[in-house]
Design a protein around this ligand. Structure first.
Ligand SMILES: Cc1cc2nc3c(=O)[nH]c(=O)nc-3n(C[C@H](O)[C@H](O)[C@H](O)COP(=O)(O)OP(=O)(O)OC[C@H]3O[C@@H](n4cnc5c(N)ncnc54)[C@H](O)[C@@H]3O)c2cc1C
Length: 370
């Protein structure tokens, strides 16, 4: 277990965690490590969030296209990893569309992708106007759990040759940029992630030899019974965790402070985009890009999250091979989740909430409601 963010926790938490060890037999000599349990119960729910991941099976799209005289640089379709990939994908897009002879740019969209693209342009001395139908907190980016790992971004059977190189290049750039932002100013911190499974964990966060393996930091495998969870096997690794509502608010402030203009405006079609004064437009409209630019591949993957009252001692995350996951954020305990392809509903579902609570409750023998 990483010592980087582990805090001391209360004797009550320890007792509860130890109480949960009974379900996994311990091999001789294995000593259980103390990890405080999440208290999963319906009466601890403070809100339910729903967001639509902008998913393309072939992966995110960074590509330049001409609309008459206007160059449009697309930067959208990051599925379940758009926070993670934001800076790196923005870097690829800016490399594609920045021209030292062009002074003024438009950016469409004020989610993680639009804001980071605008920042990179401003850092190059450009004049930027950002147009968006909705600002924080009313973007998908605000809903994201905020774990730094590009999960559920593409289908490996559908990606083109060369896609993985761009994916890893974007991840590498983002990984570096987010590290420079860690701390309370941007709401970004390193946390330990436990991968829980009934079988030995070999493919998470990345299997040996996979191009994403370089981002698997401090990987530790545990013996059965070494952790107070109800699954037999566990692995941990460290990632950064982004408190998305805080982070996006701060990023929007940064764009304004650097001289970026932000205008609330919805575009109905590509002709409206082509009519903008700016000769180069960065399209960071996420799921909105489907209708706006006729991309029939992009579709929503609906994600419902159940947020529990904060528990100060929970400074770790859990992921599983199934749909259950938990992020111990400072503003609340984030429980996931659903991955419903082609579901456009933003309404919270009571059935999903019950399923999410039940799936997460099963992970914590010491943290369950009776
Ligand atoms: C439940 C859930 C959990 C997630 N967890 C994680 C995670 O842990 N880590 C991670 O990296 N990612 C996660 N994601 C994925 C992440 O949220 C998305 O990939 C990311 O938010 C996409 O960002 P974006 O800027 O492309 O889109 P958005 O945040 O949707 O922003 C799009 C912007 O474009 C604007 N827009 C759209 N259409 C138009 C139009 N016609 N005219 C003008 N403006 C328009 C919108 O108003 C908005 O401002 C999660 C997503 C969900 C739903």
């Amino acid at each position: 277990m990483s010592q980087m963010t582990r805090r001391a926790f209360t004797a009550t938490g320890l007792t509860a965690a130890v109480a949960g060890c009974a379900t996994v037999p311990q091999a001789p000599g294995v000593v259980m490590k103390p990890v405080p349990p999440v208290l999963v119960s319906a009466d601890r729910v403070v809100r339910v969030d729903v967001g639509l991941r902008p998913y393309r099976a072939s992966g995110f799209r960074v590509e330049r296209e001409m609309l008459g005289e206007t160059a449009v640089v697309h930067n959208y379709g990051h599925g379940g990893g758009g926070i993670t990939l934001s800076w790196g994908s923005a870097q690829l897009a800016v490399e594609e569309g920045f021209d030292p002879d062009v002074a003024e740019y438009a950016v469409l969209g004020a989610g993680a992708l639009g804001l980071s693209t605008a920042m990179l342009l401003l850092e190059r001395g450009a004049k930027v106007t950002l147009y968006a139908k909705a600002l924080s907190p009313n973007t998908t980016s605000n809903i994201a759990g905020g774990q730094w790992w590009p999960a559920s971004v593409y289908d490996s059977a559908a990606i083109a040759p060369g896609y993985m190189d761009r994916h890893v290049a974007a991840a590498r750039h983002s990984f570096r940029r987010f590290q420079l932002l860690t701390g309370p100013d941007y709401g970004i911190s390193w946390e330990v992630n436990y991968v829980l499974s009934d079988r030995p964990v070999t493919n998470q966060p990345a299997r040996a030899g996979h191009p994403m393996e370089e981002f698997a930091i401090n990987v530790v495998d545990y013996a059965p019974g070494e952790l107070p969870f109800t699954t037999a096997h566990a692995r941990s690794f460290d990632t950064m965790m982004v408190d998305t509502p805080h982070y996006l608010r701060k990023l929007e402030e940064d764009v304004r402070e650097r001289g970026g203009r932000i205008i609330v405006r919805a575009f109905q079609d590509a002709a409206e985009v082509a009519a903008l004064d700016e000769a180069v437009v960065f399209n960071c409209t996420g799921l909105g890009a489907g209708k706006l630019f006729g991309d029939t591949e992009i579709h929503p993957v609906r994600g419902q999250l159940v947020i529990l009252k904060p528990q100060a001692e929970i400074d770790y995350n859990i992921i599983t091979g199934g749909s259950a996951y938990m992020f111990g954020r400072r503003d609340g305990i984030v429980l996931g989740g659903t991955f419903q392809h082609h579901n456009w509903s933003l309404e919270p579902s009571d059935a999903d909430t019950a399923a999410i609570l039940a799936a997460n409750r099963r992970l914590f023998a010491g943290g369950v409601e009776a």
